[in-house]
Design a protein around this ligand. Sequence first.
Ligand code: RIB
Length: 352
Amino acid sequence: MSTLNDVARLAGVSTMTVSRVINDSGYISPETRARVNRAIAELGYMPNVLARQLRSKRTKTLALVVTDIANPFFTTIARGVEDAARARGYAVMFCNTDESEAEEIEYVRVLIQRRVDGVLLVPATDSSGSLQLLREHALPVVVLDRHVRSALVDEVLTDSETGAYLAVRHLIDLGHRSIAILTGPATVSTAVDRVAGYRRALAEAGLGAESEQILFGEFNEASGYEMTRRVLTAQPRPTAIFAGNNFIAFGAIQALRQAGVAIPDGISIVVFDDLPQGWVLDPFLTVVSQPAYEIGKQAAELMLERLTGDPPGEPRTIVLASELIVRRSTAPPRREVAATVPSLRAHMENPA
Ligand code: RIB
């Protein structure tokens, strides 16, 4: 049986355009509409009529699906979503997937049945299983924080690559030459983008990226602890750690404390993610801060524009800047620590 994708491919348009032709929503040029209708006729495509009928009745409810509801980054995103939605008379349902794609797809099925008007999704991986399901039920979606491979969909995220580049360049400017990065799974775009920024900063400084200093784990405390234990046994031991998110950093700090390694005297650490203002009275960590509230607010506004206004044309990508905030967890490598790193030892003996 032909799918929405087949029609889009034959007509040479996005699936969003096909959905708009079927739902007669938003501006579509006459020639595009004719092309899509020819493709529908040629393929004998039967749109999900029930979904379309259901869709016509608004429930004034959005859903936000995040991957770790305990993470203050996502609760701050939720605050931004809810403020924007409530201002327009919409309620918000919150769902947590624990970084599991299976959980995510299960929740998407529930949300389709519960007839929410739109889904704001932080995807657990870069695959598009959930987006396909949402598309087949003509349910609008905005992707947050992470990118889904080859998906033509509205998205709002931070520029992780640049943020990571600034974090690692800060360490290099302090004199570090041996830096480990601890991050999430290679199936998550924010992990991949942060490693890319890390590599760019090293390459720019003429430093090679040692594969054993690039660790892909999980975005959680236990993985941060385990990855740091591995880093501490490396010979030579890195003089600095770049933690790919806040929870990885918490695990890393626990491991460093247990090993009696002081921060920054024994090892410097810079973290992707800050903690919300006021959560820590005397913040110590050097961080790359993400505009989490703005990510949520702008994602909700993009969704509401599609639901209530003149839907914008093709899907849009909004990339927000992150900010390096230097505090006290990073410092130049101490001489005796640096002496354990051959490239640093040579640099110290011949500082020219
Ligand atoms: O702590 C949350 C951040 O780390 C988000 O960017 C999420 O994608 C994870 O990478």
